[in-house]
Design a protein around this ligand. Structure first.
Ligand code: G
Ligand code: G
Ligand code: MN
Ligand code: NA
Length: 254
């Protein structure tokens, strides 16, 4: 299709950029992390949502070079921010399961961290539960190698799709990102509130951190804070920002 051929030219045409959405510590109110989110600005099509082109990139295998670009760009940008005085801040990068297929992701990550002179503990890798299910053996092997290097692992969109608590047992997870569909309902539905509380309690018992995604209202923020969720990410605090805007926000937050 048209989009497919356009996607082939996106990387060589330098049409991708990364935006960054801050995560905020719910106790201190300060930025404690951020997630890199890819954006595709096509000269004719305008902004194309990753929800549209990531699945296409996965089908075509383009996710491999695109994913490598994302990792390298996010690590290089974080290094620059560290050098501007924001030392200690980590960045979270989304990984697709397809990036594990026939590729040594751990080796790629190690190479990029070395290139950028960035300690592994500043990189958090986000995986969805469906990614964990695609090829459990290969993915687990890579995740253990990544953990061994010192990167952090987050389970993205937790509670949606083919969710299984066995993922929390079998995989070396540091962070659970509570899916925004829970956050949206948490102040309106008693059962959603109960499930969300249970996720937070369970994560704590397992020594994992929790991040509430998609926090848009003060009531949602209050709920998450009251139940000792660690961090929040969402429009209430900030939308994903360009490098310039994120840099300005970090400078304000110092
Ligand atoms: O930023 P936005 O909410 O539009 O993202 C839509 C979807 O695209 C989300 O599921 C998000 O995880 C995914 N996404 C955004 N950036 C990346 C990326 O760099 N790599 C991968 N694999 N997925 C991404
Ligand atoms: O799947 P993943 O969690 O990586 O994707 C995060 C997506 O959620 C991004 O596309 C981002 O733009 C979007 N997002 C971030 N904050 C909010 C929010 O407060 N509300 C909604 N509806 N979407 C959000
Ligand atoms: Mn994510
Ligand atoms: Na998510």
């Amino acid at each position: 299709t048209e989009l497919r051929s356009a996607l082939v030219g996106a990387l060589p045409g330098r049409q991708f950029e990364l935006h960054y959405q801050p995560q905020v510590d719910l106790r201190t109110g300060r930025i404690n992390s951020m997630e890199a989110l890819i954006r595709w600005r096509h000269p004719d099509l305008g902004m194309v949502s990753p929800a549209r082109f990531i699945p296409l990139a996965e089908e075509t295998g383009l996710i491999v070079p695109i994913g490598e670009w994302v990792l390298r760009t996010a690590c290089a940008q974080l290094k620059a921010w560290h050098q501007e005085g924001h030392a200690g801040l980590p960045v979270a990068v989304n990984l697709s399961a397809h990036q594990f297929r026939g590729h040594d992701v751990a080796q790629l990550v190690a190479r990029i961290l070395r290139e950028c002179d960035l300690p592994a503990r500043f990189l958090e890798l986000e995986l969805t539960e469906s990614a964990l299910m695609l090829d459990t053996g290969t993915v687990l092997k890579s995740l253990l190698a990544l953990k061994g290097m010192g990167t952090r692992l987050a389970l993205d969109d937790f509670g949606t799709g083919y969710s299984s608590l066995s993922h929390l047992n079998g995989f070396p997870i540091d962070v659970i990102k509570i899916d925004k569909s829970f956050t949206l309902e948490v102040t309106r539905s008693k059962s959603t509130a109960a499930i969300t509380r249970a996720i937070i309690v369970m994560a704590k018992a397992l020594g994992m951190k929790t991040v509430a995604e998609g926090v848009e209202t003060e009531d949602q923020l209050r709920f998450m804070a009251a139940h000792q969720c660690d961090s929040m990410q969402g429009y209430y605090y900030s939308r994903p920002l360009s490098v310039a805007d994120m840099g300005a926000l970090l400078a304000e937050n110092r």
